[in-house]
Every structure is written in C-alpha cells, then in structure tokens.
Design a protein. Structure first.
Length: 579
C-alpha cells in the first residue's frame, strides 16, 4: 500500500489540498483494477458535469451496438475544433482501449484530464492545447471481461479482450474498415484533425528494464520537414523529458524469442493498417506507446501518464512549428511526382542505443526438457546496441492527376467518403481514354488474416484504354489534402491497398469459358488467320514440354488471345488520368 500511496501523492497532489475530486476505479482499488466500460463512461459523464471545460459526445456506432465517446478538453470552453486549429492551438487525440486487455491509457487519461483542470500548476499547459480522447475504442472487447486471456501480463485484476464484438483486431482495421468501429474512428479523426495522435497499448515480447517504450510513425515514411522534425527533434525531446521524470523511454523493442542485445533491433514499420500508419497518411505525428507487460499495472499507468504529459509539453512549446510543417506537407501536390508505396530497411544507417536490459540465458525447460529462453533479472545490464530505423523506398509510382472509379464499387467509395475524400460525379455518360492496370500475377495468404485472404506482390501491366463512364461514376482529383491516402489505397501494389485487402477480387475470376470440343474448330480458324499468333504458339510448344503435352492449356493460350476472351478479366477497375 505504501507504494500506491507514494504514486498517488506524486501524481495527484490536489488530494493533499483537501479538494473533493472524482476518483477512478484504479485509484479506489489501490492501483490493481481498471474500470468497466460503464464505469469509465460514468466517470467522464461526471467530469463533464463538474467541469465546463469538458465536452462529452457520442460519435458513430460500433459493432457492439454502442457509440464511441469523444471527450474534448478546452480551457476556453470552445469545442469547435476547426476554430481551435485556426486559433493556432495544438490538438492531440488519444485513442484508448483498442485492445481493452491493455487498459493503461484508459486509466491514465481519466486522471490526466482531471488533474490538469484542477491543479493550478498543471492547468496553464492546456492554454495552447486542446486535448481529445476516445474513452474506449473497442467497446465490444471491453465488455468481454476476464482475468486469463492476457497470459503474459502483470495485472490488472480483470480486463477486456483483444478482439472486438465481431472478433476483429481493430489495430489492423484502419484501412480495410470491416468494423463499424473503424467508420466511427474515421469520423472522429477527420473531425479532430489531430496534430499529434497517440494510441495506448501494453507490449508483448522481450524482457528489459524500461516501463514504457514508444513506437513513433516511421520518420522516412512520414516524409518532409515533419519526418525530419519527428526524428531529430521531437523524439530526442520526448526521451529527454521522460528521463527528467525518472521514466526512461526508448523505441519499441521489436524482437521476439531472442535477446535485444544479440544483434540490435529494427524499427517496426507501421503500414496504414495500423493506427499511426493510418494517421500518417494525413500528416499527423503518431505514437503507439507500449508499456511493458511484466511491470505492475500501477507502474505502467504512471509511465503512460508521464508519457502523455511529456508529449503535451512538447506540443505546447512547438505548436507553431508543428502546424506549419503539417500544413506545408498537406498542401504540397503529389501529382506528377514519384511516391513510395513500398519500403525496405536500410541497415547501413543505425542509431546506437544505451539499452537497459537483462542478460538472456538458455536453460532447460521443466515442461519440454529442451532449451528455453530465460531473462535473468538478477543480471541487469546497460549496453550499447544498434537500432535500425532508416527505411528507403523499394517501389514507387508516378502519381496521376486523377483516379476514376465506377459507382458500382460502392464499398470502396464508402471508405473514401468517410475519409472525406473529395470526388466529382460524372454528369453524363461519356467515353474517355485512361491508363489502366492489368494484374499479371499476385500472391495470396493461405490462411485468413483478420477476415481476409490478403494479396501481396502484385505484378501489373499498364496500358491505355477507352472506357465509357456512366453518369454517377466518380473522378477523384489527387491534388487535395487527402492525396496520400488516395494514392496508397487505390494503387494496387501499395502494401495496404484496397486491392490487397480483397475489395476487387471479383475481377480475378474469369466469368466466361469455352468447351474444348467446341473451341477446337474456332482455334484452328484463328491460327490460320493470324500468322503472328501461330508463330508464338508453335514457339511456346517447342520451349515448354509441359505446355506441348497439355491440350487444354494450348486451347486456353489461343482463347486468351482471341476476341472471345472477356476484356475485363484481371483488369483493375480503378483508372488513372494523366494530363
């Protein structure tokens, strides 16, 4: 109990001033419990009633049947977020409970808002900052409480489950948007337009001395002055500020079943399916914070609180600089430029970390009788190890002026609309020339991943074609502040494109076929009338013995080069217009 009391005294000095404050379940339990969904919403409802600086609103729906709750804290009591941006205030969005078994941010956020409104020493920091919080994002998972599913985690006593009401991992759903939660999040995100976004988590993986690590948006991928600022200014300020609070923090330790000091570790690449990868498409500085699973719950909540506090201090100081860089990046046109859609690690560039870990040992398992990894907490160390955090593009495309998508592809259009992509409807039927892609080859997963058999490694052929657009089809200008999002979901080779997430799979299945006994005579006639095709056909038989023995393959070869083969098979139905 002495430990908890010292934490409460450190974080919440207003208790000692005799004020009547609203306590969280975490505080009431002595730091071993987290609030239920109902208790958390009740807390924020009471906070909004007690403080006119707090606004609580319901936004959208989730798969659980409950809406998301967005909390906005503004000391001038003006909750118009567009006006807050215009007035030069820094706007931060904290997303809590995406994995409700990781509730550290849920508890830290409730206490932080209360403390900053009631403590005269803390309150001035809110003068330059508007703080917004999603109370619990994964409501279905929060309602599915248990005490056993987080096998690796040290508390709290009871917690929610990782999957949402439809068993989706919501931190893989920001692009594909299979859940109602993701649609509600997009509505919130584009309403808030945060300068800084923070997603709160608890880690799995290696053992080490730190209570908390940070997974920042990959700076090279973020790009421009903003990426440089994140890497060279913001992260050093963050790590320095946390050190001053006695809470050292380092980049997320991205290793599993081996020791971090074996050969260093690589920065996790947050592609757009993840929260900070998604928000980077709209030029927000993003952090996923990971407290360490083996540290006590109260220790982790304190570390999260300190992280949020440190970020707020940086925002308050650097607000003008951050806004200027975000605006510059958002307003720079991608059209006609090469844009990366695939990244790879460059190991020639490293950052050396002073890493505080525990010696890894190999011992015999009492269960299997085989070698097992064991971190010896009796042997802490501080070593310099390499951290690889420089990525370079391995694939890029030249960005067109426009994309064209027929109105039939409503699922894709719905996702573009909720992300506030500006689109123009075709007024009347018309025929135009476009750049099109034919999918030549692609790979698919053998097992389902978050409800999809995801594609990758697409090989494409670009060609020009005339298409007839119908009234209501959509033309999407890329020269808008959603340009990067547009490119990375509509270019089929991009890692988290809508093609890779199976939204266009119907084009991959041939609809019309031939009966060999009927097509034999037609194929003979085609070869007789087409010398070039006949030469190509005979050459293929000579160099490919398997083809020469396969009658159906030979007929199919001719069929797919004939007028009878359907023109839309394997043709990607999103077109490009280049002026």
């Amino acid at each position: 109990m002495k430990k908890i009391l010292s934490i409460v005294t450190l974080l919440f000095p207003i208790v000692l001033m005799g004020q009547n404050i609203l306590e969280t379940k975490f505080e009431k339990s002595g730091g071993i419990e987290t609030g239920t969904y109902q208790e958390v919403i009740h807390y924020y409802t009471q906070l909004a009633e007690d403080f006119p600086e707090v606004n609580l609103e319901e936004v959208g729906q989730t798969d659980s049947g409950y809406p998301l709750h967005l909390i906005t804290v503004s000391t001038n009591k003006n909750f118009d977020l567009k006006q807050a941006h215009q007035n030069g205030k820094a706007v931060m969005l904290i997303n809590n409970g995406i994995h409700p078994g990781e509730p550290d941010g849920i508890e830290a956020s409730m206490m932080l808002i209360r403390d900053y409104l009631t403590d005269p020493k803390k309150r001035p920091l809110l003068d330059n900052v508007v703080l917004t919080v999603i109370a619990i994002y994964n409501i279905g998972g929060a309602l599915n409480r248990n005490s056993d599913s987080r096998t690796n985690q040290n508390g709290p006593k009871e917690y929610g489950f990782r999957g949402n009401a439809k068993n989706y991992d919501l931190n893989r759903d920001f692009i594909k948007m299979d859940s109602k939660n993701a649609f509600a999040f997009a509505e919130i995100y584009h309403k808030v337009k945060p300068d800084i976004f923070i997603d709160t988590h608890v880690s799995n993986g290696a053992d080490y001395q730190y209570n908390i690590t940070h997974l920042a948006t990959q700076p090279d991928k973020l790009g421009g002055d903003l990426g440089s600022y994140l890497k060279n200014e913001m992260i050093p300020k963050l790590e320095g500020g946390m050190n001053e609070l006695g809470e050292p923090v380092i980049p997320f330790v991205n290793v599993y079943n081996k020791s971090p000091d074996a050969d260093g570790y690589v920065q996790f690449m947050d592609s757009p399916r993840y929260s900070s990868g998604y928000t980077a498409l709209f030029h927000s500085l993003g952090f996923t914070i990971e407290t360490h699973m083996l540290k006590p719950f109260d220790t982790r909540v304190v570390a999260t609180y300190r992280f949020l506090e440190t970020i707020m201090k940086i925002m308050s100081t650097d607000v003008a600089k951050i806004k200027q860089m975000r605006s510059s990046l958002a307003n720079s046109s991608l059209v006609g430029k090469r844009h990366p859609i695939g990244w790879r690690m460059d190991r020639s560039s490293t950052r050396m970390l002073n890493f505080k870990g525990f010696e890894a040992e190999s011992t015999l398992s009492d269960v299997t009788g085989l070698d097992r990894l064991f971190y010896n907490r009796e042997r802490p160390y501080n070593k310099r190890i390499p951290y690889y955090n420089h990525y370079v593009p391995w694939k890029s495309i030249v960005v067109p002026d426009y994309y064209v998508i027929p109105k039939a592809w409503n699922e894709v259009i719905d996702r573009l609309r909720v992300n506030q992509v500006h689109m123009n409807e075709v007024d009347e039927d018309s025929t135009i020339t476009v750049q099109a892609y034919r999918i030549k080859k692609y790979n698919s997963t053998n097992n389902p991943y978050e409800g999809h058999y995801q594609h990758s490694g697409a090989e494409i052929e670009r060609f020009e074609k005339k298409v007839t657009l119908l009234k209501g089809d959509l033309i999407i200008p890329v020269n808008q502040n959603k340009g990067r999002f547009i490119v990375e979901v509509l270019e089929p080779q991009a890692v988290d494109s809508y093609f890779n997430w199976n939204f266009f799979d119907t084009i991959l299945q041939q609809k019309e076929h031939f009966s060999p006994y009927v097509f034999e005579n037609i194929a003979a006639k085609i070869l007789k009338e087409n010398d070039e095709l006949r030469v190509e056909f005979e050459a293929k038989k000579k160099i490919n013995p398997e083809f020469a023995k396969n009658a159906y393959a030979q007929l199919d070869f001719i069929y797919k080069r004939s007028p009878h083969y359907e023109k839309e098979h394997m043709v990607y139905p999103v077109y490009r217009i280049v002026k």
